[in-house]
Structure formats: structure tokens, C-alpha cells
Design a protein around this ligand. Structure first.
Ligand code: ADP
Ligand code: MG
Length: 325
């Protein structure tokens, strides 16, 4: 089983940033309002993530690290309309098979926390452990038992950079959640939970003052689709596609067709080789989009891709035309 989990880890766990992503997504699925992330050596030595979410009953802790044990969907029908970030039940077993892993959790009604350690896939015993309501996951020495993967880890700065970029992506979509990051014992980043929709403050923090100043708010709904967020005015454009954030039903994804629609809306006004900047949220009935395309869930498949492309194109084209009128 450890071997199967390690193979799955090859798809889910690419680097420390993917571990942070999976564990923070679990915290959000558990309703956390605050997530503390402690890192050492770019996450390669330690990733410790504590949340104040609902926690896990002691009896279910061993399930959490079992393959394909997810508490989030019970049937194929649920998968069709999945609303949580996780649903495959393979992140934790994968991570636990390639690290020194520990999970401590306490749920409402329990009078103490419970801890479970897993060392390179070998599962230990449940033990009582003090913990406030919520969950802490610790991942030490990532890939210590998979030298071929360990070799591909990059310098501390690079790995930290990937983690911070992913957190920025998250911070843009979840301004209601407070995120605190420390690196090697020093505070490195803090996103306050403003408790409201995306505020100018957060936009400003994430993408810089210049983007915020040139951002045009968009919000349009039709045919069961809604597109909202911010696009940079044409004067604010980039040499690279480094400020393009797309979320589908709250999940950050890459999508060629939507990216193309945005680019096309800009095509009259951007010089050759320039890239638009945007933070866009597309919302639609979860049944119209398949999120189970890739283990890391970076991609989605739309049932009516053509319609969505045209909707995005028309919405942005109109918004941009108004800026010139
Ligand atoms: P998935 O998220 O796809 O369900 P994971 O392997 O990421 O699978 O997690 C397995 C299960 O462990 C989840 O379905 C959830 O029940 C439980 N779990 C994991 N992390 C947390 C957390 N921080 N708080 C509460 N429950 C958690
Ligand atoms: Mg998960």
C-alpha cells in the first residue's frame, strides 16, 4: 500500500508547494477561518499547518490517511456536483508515504486532541495529545525516502517562492480567511481575514498598487453563468502572463479556452506580445464543469466550453469598450 501511495504521490505531490496546497485546502474544506503555516528550509525540512476548522473525531483519524477515504463525497452523484476543494481522498496518504508525517486534531465535543504519526507510510498508534479545536498537520523531511524525488527539490528561495505564489492565488479568492506564514521561525507573510469580498486592500497587496489603480471591476451574469472580478485596463499590461488569475467556482485553475477568450477581448488594444492582467471568478452550476480531470485539480473540463468562451469574451469586450468610450 505504501508503494501505491508513493506512486500516487508522484502525481499529487510535486514539491513543498503542492503539500501546502493540499493541506490548506483541507483546512478550508473543514471551515477554517484562520490558518497558520510554519515552514523551514522552503518547506523541505518542515511544513506545519494548523487550522481552527471542525477537526476530526479520533476514530476517523486513521481513515483520513487511508487511500480513497474521503468524507466529502459518498457517491458518483456527489462527484458530479462537488463543492469542496478536495474529493479524491488521496492527498494525505500520498504525502504521508513520502515524509515523516503527523496529524493532531480535536473536534467539538472531544475533551482532548488525538495524534497520529506516519513515518514514510508506516502508521503509528493513536495517542492523546493536547490541541485546541482544529487540526495540525506536520510534514517533515519531504521525500526523505524517495531520493529520486528529493533530488528535484530546488533551493530554499525557489520552493518558498512557489509556496508564496500559491498562497497569493488563494488569498485572492478567500479574503475571509486569515493566513499567517513563518519561515525559519520568522514571520514572512500575513493575510488578514477581512471577512468581506475581495477588497481593494487585498488586491493591492497581492498584485501591487499599479494593478489596483488600473483595475476595472467586472460583474456580469447570463444564462446561468456569472463572471466577476477585475481586469487591468489596457494601459496596464505585462510582458509575461504572470498576473492572470482565473477561478472556477472558487477553485484556481488554468484553462486555455478561457485564457484565450480574455486575450481575444484585448486583442485590438494590446500591442503584440503584451499580456492582460486579471483576477476573474467564473461561477456556474457545478454540474456543468468536471473538476476531476487531473489529480492535482489544476484543470477543469466544461460541458459547454464554446458557450463559456463566448460569454467571457463578450463580457470583457464590452467592459473594455466602455473604457474607451
Ligand atoms: P480529500 O480532501 O480528497 O477528501 P485528503 O486525503 O486530502 O482527501 O483528506 C482525507 C480526509 O481527511 C478528508 O476527506 C477529511 O475528512 C479529513 N481531513 C483532512 N484534513 C482535515 C482538516 N484539516 N480538518 C478536518 N478534516 C480533515
Ligand atoms: Mg484534500
Amino acid at each position: 500500500d505504501t508503494l501505491i501511495n508513493q506512486i500516487a504521490a508522484g502525481e499529487v505531490v510535486e514539491r513543498p508547494a503542492s503539500v501546502v496546497k493540499e493541506i490548506v485546502e483541507n483546512a478550508l474544506d473543514a471551515g477554517a477561518r484562520r490558518v497558520d503555516i510554519d515552514l523551514e528550509d522552503g518547506g523541505t525540512r518542515l511544513i506545519r499547518i494548523r487550522d481552527d476548522g471542525g477537526g476530526i473525531p479520533p476514530g476517523e483519524l486513521p481513515l483520513a490517511i487511508q487511500r480513497h477515504a474521503t468524507s466529502k463525497i459518498a457517491s458518483l452523484d456527489d462527484l458530479e456536483g462537488v463543492a469542496t476543494l478536495g474529493f479524491r481522498g488521496e492527498a494525505l496518504p500520498s504525502i504521508a508515504s513520502v515524509s515523516r508525517f503527523a496529524m493532531t486534531s480535536r473536534c467539538d465535543g472531544a475533551d482532548h486532541g488525538t495524534r497520529l504519526e506516519v513515518d514514510g507510510g508506516r502508521v503509528g498508534e493513536l495517542a492523546p495529545h493536547p490541541h485546541p479545536r482544529g487540526t495540525t498537520v506536520e510534514v517533515r523531511d519531504l521525500f526523505f525516502n524517495v531520493p529520486a524525488r528529493r533530488k528535484f527539490l530546488r533551493a530554499e528561495r525557489t520552493e518558498l517562492g512557489h509556496i508564496e505564489e500559491w498562497l497569493r492565488q488563494l488569498a485572492l479568492s478567500r479574503p475571509d480567511v486569515e493566513l499567517r506564514v513563518t519561515h525559519n521561525g520568522r514571520p514572512s507573510r500575513r493575510w488578514k481575514g477581512e471577512g468581506t469580498l475581495l477588497t481593494d486592500v487585498r488586491l493591492h497587496e497581492a498584485l501591487g498598487e499599479e494593478f489596483a489603480r488600473n483595475a476595472l471591476a467586472v460583474d456580469h451574469a447570463a444564462a446561468g453563468l456569472r463572471l466577476h472580478g477585475w481586469i487591468g485596463r489596457p494601459v496596464y499590461n505585462r510582458a509575461s502572463a504572470d498576473q492572470q488569475y482565473l477561478y472556477v467556482n472558487g477553485r484556481a485553475v488554468r484553462d486555455r479556452s478561457v485564457a484565450h477568450a480574455v486575450k481575444q477581448a484585448y486583442s485590438d488594444v494590446l500591442f503584440h506580445g503584451r499580456q492582460p492582467a486579471y483576477v476573474l471568478f467564473l461561477e456556474l452550476d457545478p454540474r456543468r464543469v468536471d473538476v476531476n480531470v487531473h489529480p492535482a485539480k489544476h484543470e477543469v473540463r466544461f460541458r459547454d466550453a464554446r458557450l463559456i468562451h463566448d460569454f467571457v469574451f463578450r463580457t470583457l469586450h464590452e467592459a473594455l469598450a466602455e473604457t474607451r468610450a
